[in-house]
Design a protein around this ligand. Structure first.
Ligand SMILES: [Zn+2]
Length: 380
């Protein structure tokens, strides 16, 4: 299922190939997020045009709306949303612990109130895997407990114990045909817990491993540290996935630390506020300085928005609340993320990734506002 094509020990960047049920993926890969069965503001044609290889769906949200009865009747998630390439589904663990209003942790899962209508629901390893089996995703994630970065050592310890136990339960559940299942290593920035969790999961022989508990509001050095702590314990012949990350610069840094797969709501989320990603950082297209700027968002970008529209026009659309404006910035931002991964892959193949990384990081100015938006991310 996963073939490591080119490992590069210094830095640890890897080139691989993953072949889930619905197609081929070439990690390092970015996965646009379609929480509710749609990548916000983008249609499948646009996603395919920019070279998307896989998108995300979400167990928690899709199970609440439209509900599994509808998706079952449609013939699974791929058919329901008309997406024929791979889909990865998150297990809902993250949402249960971040969105649900009132929750009670039980031995085999979590009882909680729906964030929408307050109805009493239960999600555990058995339920999360059952829903993902019916969704028919290519890659299913185990049901884990993702504590916030403010959690006490005792809370993180409890979360790791449950995550290990629940992963073993998930491992035993029936899967959809050809469905891969990834384990999720938790443990915060506690060295011993990261090691213990990663080792226990590797014992269970999952098809891939995610590093969880990142992008939960922690400062960037802590995020990097969490990945560095887990990575050495993950097998080199299986894909590694850092959940919920990040900015373009963070993606480059994570690839250098041996991570293969990423997802993040940032490109489409900030687009809806009129913020565009460029190779040098972010710009607010709504800014007055773009009033009569007839250049594209980024001069050498070959996305549909940059090929057809100017900053002045997009600024106008955003300021009068025309949907086309936020759609086009979403197209550009998602394109930037997808193309960045293509570029990273070609540099790894050519053996020039270390130089590329140095230059990219030197030119990229991180924005405080974007970092805060990332910290506030509660959906995946
Ligand atoms: Zn563009």
């Amino acid at each position: 299922m996963f073939e490591l094509l080119k490992p590069d020990p210094q830095p640890k960047a890897r080139l691989g190939r993953l072949t889930p049920a619905h197609g081929v993926m070439d990690p390092p890969v970015f996965m646009p997020v379609g929480t509710q069965g749609s990548v916000k503001a983008l249609d499948p044609r646009e996603l395919l045009e920019m070279g998307t290889q896989i998108i995300l769906g979400n167990t928690y949200h899709l199970n609440i709306r439209p509900g599994m009865e509808i998706i079952r009747a449609a013939g699974g998630l791929h058919k329901f949303i008309n997406w024929n390439l791979p889909i990865l589904t998150d297990s809902g663990g993250f949402q249960v612990f971040s969105l649900a209003k009132i929750r009670k942790i039980k031995p085999h899962g979590v009882e909680f109130r729906s964030h929408l209508d307050g109805s009493l629901l239960f999600l555990g390893p058995k339920e999360a895997m059952g829903i993902q089996r019916e969704l028919g995703s290519d890659i299913a994630m185990v049901f884990d407990e993702c504590p916030p970065h403010t959690a006490t050592p005792k809370e993180i310890h409890g979360a790791v114990e449950r995550t290990i136990r629940w992963a073993a339960e998930c491992r035993e559940q029936p899967r959809a045909t050809g469905q891969l299942v990834f384990g999720i290593a938790q443990g915060g920035v506690n060295v011993a817990l990261r090691e213990r969790c990663a080792k226990e999961l590797v014992e269970m022989a999952f098809d891939g491993y995610a590093i969880g508990g990142v992008s939960v509001g922690e400062p960037e050095p802590e995020m990097m540290r969490a990945v560095e702590l887990a990575e050495p314990f993950l097998p080199t012949d299986k894909p590694r996935y850092a959940m919920g990350l990040g900015t373009p610069a963070q993606l480059v840094e994570m690839v250098a630390r041996g991570v293969d797969m990423f997802d993040c709501v940032l490109p489409t989320r900030v687009a809806r506020n009129g913020t565009a990603f460029t190779r040098n950082g972010t710009v607010s297209i709504k800014g007055g300085m773009f009033k009569s700027d007839f250049r594209p968002i980024e001069e050498d970008c070959d996305c549909f928005a940059c090929k057809h529209f100017t900053r002045a026009y997009l600024r106008h659309l955003l300021n009068v609340g025309e949907i086309l404006g936020l759609r086009m910035v979403s197209v550009h931002n998602s394109h930037i993320y997808i193309k960045l991964m293509t570029e990273i892959r070609s540099h790894i193949a050519a053996g020039t990734f270390a130089d590329f990384r140095r230059e990219f990081i030197a030119n990229y100015r991180p924005s405080k506002k974007i970092m805060l938006a990332r910290a506030a991310v509660k959906e995946r």
